[in-house]
Design a protein around this ligand. Structure first.
Ligand code: 0O2
Length: 271
């Protein structure tokens, strides 16, 4: 058996987790920038601690030098969604990506674990570049709703507290809570479209205001101060009306004005 230099062994896993968090968080931003509802609400990730790796390997009778090959969740990403329906969408996004290859899927949502645990797991091959060259490693992606995450976080900490032997009366309460989580997710799904509409309008409103303020900022300095002030006053007046259509119309008009000034400054530069 070789000497295990854990810091070196875990470096590519650490890189993979960091890269994937950036990539999934960027998906949220892309959705928002396009005024779309994001099926991803939050992303977290971690590399398993050496103690936890050794503990799991021992339990599963995995020899130390086969850990990297057989332990699939040394690198873990957790994607939290608002609604159960979003989980399918996220899994679809992952299947279509070319920077990762899905090698295994486990559906603990339609097939809840005896513990009450629900989540959708995907194991992907992911390539990272290190000083030693390119490495393809396995990453476990857990996709679950906010409610499922609440349950599993509590249950996980109880497993830790009771060293996996959770007393029966607490187990029963966890089972009841797991059933309540199923009902809660169902109930939330029934108002999904209303909630999504509300969130979308909020996103659109935020983006419009930000675009308008950027245009105003850019106009300042190139346009006449009095004109910028007039446009700004008009913006505040429309903003107070709280009417998204008026805000859209104003933003379009401002785009045209800003475009006019841009064209003017380009032709000035050419002279
Ligand atoms: P931690 O501390 O979160 O890393 P297998 O591949 O089936 O041989 P494995 O790897 O246990 O065995 O697969 P499984 O069952 O898909 O579980 C992987 C991870 O899912 C676990 O990692 C947990 O994070 C989570 N999980 C699975 N079952 C439960 C459960 O009953 N309760 C909670 N709270 N989480 C669960 P670890 O290494 O067990 O834990």
């Amino acid at each position: 058996m070789e000497i295990q230099l854990w810091r070196e062994i875990l470096t590519p896993y650490d890189l993979a987790v960091k890269e994937l968090i950036v990539k999934f968080e960027h998906l949220i931003i892309e959705h928002h920038n396009q005024g779309l509802y994001s099926p991803i609400e939050q992303v977290t990730g971690r590399v398993k601690t050496v103690a936890s790796i050794l503990d799991k390997a021992q339990k599963k009778n995995i020899p130390v030098d086969e850990i990297e090959e057989k332990l699939l969740d040394i690198a873990g990403i957790r994607i939290i969604c608002q609604f159960v329906e979003d989980i399918r969408k996220v899994a679809e996004i992952i299947r279509h990506r070319t920077d990762m290859e899905v090698v295994l899927e486990r559906d603990y949502i339609n097939h809840m674990k005896d513990s009450g645990y629900r989540s959708y797991h995907m194991i992907v091959n992911y390539e990272v570049q290190t000083l030693q060259g390119s490495r393809t490693i396995k990453v476990e992606i857990q996709i679950r709703t906010l409610a499922m995450n609440f349950w599993s976080t509590i249950e996980h900490s109880l497993q830790y507290k009771y060293k996996k032997n959770i007393p029966d009366h607490i187990r029963n309460k966890l089972t009841n809570a797991a059933n309540a989580i199923i009902s809660l997710d169902k109930e939330m799904s029934s108002v999904r479209s209303e909630i999504m509409d509300a969130q979308n309008s909020f996103q659109i409103h935020t983006k419009l205001v930000s675009d308008i303020l950027t245009n105003l900022q850019n106009l300042y300095g190139v346009a006449n101060d009095r004109e910028v002030l007039k446009i700004q006053d008009e913006f505040y007046r429309i903003y107070e009306l709280d009417d998204i259509d008026q805000l859209k119309r104003f933003s379009k008009e401002l785009d045209i004005i800003a475009e006019g000034y841009r064209a003017q400054s380009v032709s000035m530069e050419e002279i």
